[in-house]
Write a protein that binds this ligand. Structure first.
Ligand code: ADP
Ligand code: MG
Length: 363
């Protein structure tokens, strides 16, 4: 499963450097070169033939590529990798020493600026999405074994009891004291639904502070463009398909994040049924509301990440209604169970696909 997961991630973030839609060959090249060169840690920065400085890194349980152009590109890339490693250490639920693990053991405590920001945005999303996004989902993630690969379908009574611990409305954030407290013993939080979006936003800021006007981040399938390509044209980003060799379409972006959630990115199978890692807080089961892939396009990376998870949970009708209320903030590409795509009108010109596409309008 790990290899499957790996190829899916790379395909998600397939970045098409050329113009037009010559996607097939670029995909094969990207997959091949990545699997040969990525190690478990960060590699060295590499200068590419077009002057880009790039570096590959394994962090946050996924493969990442950071790439920048400009006079100070190498320093910018080095600073970006340092920042990714810092945030990984801070937020990883898998590490006992992380800030999140310390908070989870104590049921709350003092917050760093980063964690406070992430919790604040998560609680806001909980409100805005009617609970589809719930940062307190972690006990259920543990019960399903997603946190340590001990996958198993839980007993229904145990699931019911554990789900009682999932309730973000009980999490109290104090932005003056910079503390958080969980309302109930046994509650735990997990910022995995937005951490990569936050990381991409932080790295964008770092790039800009180094004068980088053109760059691209690929954090395990979550893409963030800094500016445009050096020739002034847009970046072409392929959005993956559940079929590992395919993709849903190609999107032209500048200065935006494209963040995808899909049940195929992390899952296990039991008795022929597939169980994935995006949980519907209403049921405690993997979300099964008709959306099988959810990509959010926004200049706000953290919002894009939170909403990619949320819209996947909501299902198509609620996702469309949500967008109609928030159409200034983001666009989406959603795939339903029959493989049809729904995209919002804001990206109608920028997105191309061979699949059946319905354009969702504001009214
Ligand atoms: P990925 O981690 O594959 O990029 P997502 O951004 O959709 O995908 O995040 C999934 C992660 O978010 C899960 O691994 C879990 O940590 C967390 N999560 C799962 N379900 C929810 C939910 N309903 N609300 C908030 N976070 C969730
Ligand atoms: Mg997400």
């Amino acid at each position: 499963m790990h290899f499957k997961q790996f190829t899916a991630i790379i395909t998600t973030a397939l970045l098409l450097a050329g113009c037009g839609n010559a996607a097939e060959n670029a995909g094969a090249e990207q997959t091949a070169s990545m699997s040969e060169t990525v190690s478990e840690q960060a590699s060295e920065p590499v200068t590419e033939s077009d002057g880009a400085v790039s570096q590959e890194i394994f962090a946050m349980d996924t493969y990442m590529v950071v790439k920048a152009y400009g006079d100070r590109a190498k320093d910018a890339v080095t600073a970006a990798v340092t920042e990714i490693q810092r945030l990984d250490a801070l937020l990883s639920t898998g590490s006992e020493d992380s800030e999140v693990s310390v908070l989870n053991r104590a049921g709350g405590g003092s917050l760093s600026t980063d964690t406070e920001t992430l919790i604040e945005r998560s609680l806001q999303l909980y409100e805005d999405t009617d609970g589809a996004f719930d940062l307190s989902i972690y006990p259920v993630m543990e019960l399903w074994g997603f946190t340590d690969d001990s996958f198993a379908v839980p007993d229904t009574v145990e699931l019911h009891d554990t789900l009682a611990l999932v309730d973000a409305s009980k999490v109290t954030l104090n932005t003056e004291e910079h503390t958080v407290s969980y309302g109930t013993d046994g509650m735990k939080i997990d910022l995995g639904g937005i951490a990569k979006g936050y990381t991409s936003a932080r790295v964008s800021e770092i790039f800009k502070s180094y004068g980088v006007e053109s760059g691209l981040l690929n954090l395990g399938g979550n893409v963030q463009a800094i500016g445009a390509k050096t020739d002034g044209s847009s970046w072409n980003v392929a959005i993956t398909n559940t079929d590992e060799d395919g993709y849903l379409g190609v999107l032209k972006i500048e200065d935006q994040a494209v963040i995808t959630s899909g049940g195929y990115e992390r899952y296990f199978e039991e008795d022929g049924v597939r169980y994935h890692h995006i949980i519907d807080p209403a049921t405690g089961y993997p979300a099964d509301n008709g959306v099988i892939s959810s990509s959010i396009i926004s200049s706000d990376g953290m919002l894009a990440d939170g909403l990619s998870t949320s819209l996947y949970v909501m299902g198509l009708d609620d996702a469309i209604a949500y967008w109609q209320d928030h159409s200034e903030e983001f666009d989406f590409v959603l795939e339903d169970e029959s493989g049809d795509l729904y995209i919002t009108e804001g990206i109608a010109e920028a997105f191309s696909s061979d699949l059946n596409v319905t354009i969702v309008k504001k009214e």
